[in-house]
Every structure is written in structure tokens, then in C-alpha cells.
Design a protein around this ligand. Structure first.
Ligand code: PRP
Length: 178
């Protein structure tokens, strides 16, 4: 792939860190010391989850789910597949599902119903980014880092053809690449 040299930054590394810390504080207040299982949706949420966990001081376990809906495309196919399932039973547990972005909402909608059927004591959703303009199903996250306009963004876990996940901030992918 041709490497795009200059990307325009939308949200800086420091802005992200400040907001992730605030989200962790909000989550802690709500759970009041109760234990949670944080479920990180791979691959996009892995960096956000790692930072969020480091700011959380309530007892937390972490689990990973891998889902694929987009393949290498920038548009949703709408078909959600679980590629890697949880290693533990979440029945009776407080579950916090962590996403990097909610776009059409199809992934989250699928995961919410799938996880609810496993009878957790509670299920809440935390997303770093929310793109409400693109929503195809009515679904909301309980904790939202940033609401953004309809840009294709990369960095801090989000990719374009698997690249740019390692950028520390959130950056705009120029339209000519879409
Ligand atoms: C992205 C993102 C969310 C989903 C959001 O995953 O991580 O899981 O798309 O889009 P939606 O609201 O339209 O369903 P992607 O399939 O790109 O995989 P990745 O996390 O491995 O990059």
C-alpha cells in the first residue's frame, strides 16, 4: 500500500488521554467499586481498552472478542461474524463492552443482542468515537469519548487496510483514498 505521508489530525494524543481518564472516572462512579468484565472488540478497540484499563481502579478483568464486518473495505458489509469468542462465561457478571467507533451501529447492535443472550447481570457500552450521522440502527453507547462528523478516521487502534492503528492520535484519511 502507498503510505500517505501527511494526515490531518482530528483529535490529539493528549486530548484522547484526558478524555479516556474522564471516561474511567465516570465508569468508576457508576459501578461504585463493583467488579466488571471489560470486553474489548478487536482489533480496533485494543489501544483504547489498554489505556482505559490503566485508568480504572475498580477490580476489572479483560476479555477479547474479534468481530469482522468490513474486511479490507472502508464501508460496512453489514454482515457481522464473531471470529474469536470470549474465553469465559459472563452470566451474572457486570459487563462493559468497549468499542473504538460506532458508525452504522450494526456491529454494536449484533454484539449487544449476542451478549445479552448470555445473561450478564448488566451490560453497558463504552465507545471512544461515535458517528451518529451514519447510524442505520437505533443504538446508543452509555459512555462516549468523542462525537465526530462523518469522516473516515485512522489511528489509536483504527485502521485503513490494517495500517495506521499505531498512530497516537485520531487522524483524517483524505477522501481520495476512500
Ligand atoms: C470497526 C469498528 C467497529 C465497527 C463499527 O471494525 O472497530 O467494530 O467497525 O462500525 P459499524 O457501527 O458500522 O458496525 P472493523 O470491522 O473495521 O474491524 P477492526 O476493528 O478489526 O478494524
Amino acid at each position: 500500500m502507498t503510505r500517505i505521508e501527511k494526515l490531518e489530525e482530528l483529535i490529539s494524543k493528549d486530548e484522547i488521554q484526558d478524555r479516556v481518564k474522564e471516561l474511567a472516572e465516570e465508569i468508576e462512579r457508576d459501578y461504585q467499586g463493583n467488579e466488571i468484565i471489560v470486553i474489548s472488540v478487536l482489533k480496533g478497540a485494543f489501544i483504547f481498552t489498554a489505556d482505559l484499563l490503566r485508568y480504572l481502579t475498580i477490580p476489572s478483568q479483560v476479555e477479547f472478542l474479534a468481530v469482522s464486518s468490513y474486511g479490507s473495505s472502508t464501508k460496512s458489509s453489514g454482515v457481522i461474524r464473531i471470529i474469536k469468542d470470549l474465553d469465559v462465561n459472563i452470566q451474572g457478571k457486570n459487563v462493559l463492552l468497549v468499542e473504538d467507533i460506532v458508525d452504522s451501529g450494526l456491529t454494536l447492535n449484533y454484539l449487544k443482542h449476542n451478549l445479552k443472550s448470555r445473561l450478564p447481570a448488566s451490560l453497558k457500552i463504552c465507545t471512544l468515537l461515535d458517528k451518529p450521522d451514519k447510524r442505520e440502527v437505533e443504538i446508543y453507547a452509555d459512555y462516549v469519548g468523542f462525537v465526530i462528523d462523518d469522516y473516515f478516521v485512522v489511528g489509536y487502534g483504527l485502521d485503513y487496510s490494517e495500517y495506521y492503528r499505531n498512530m497516537p492520535g485520531i487522524n483524517l484519511l483524505p477522501e481520495e483514498y476512500l
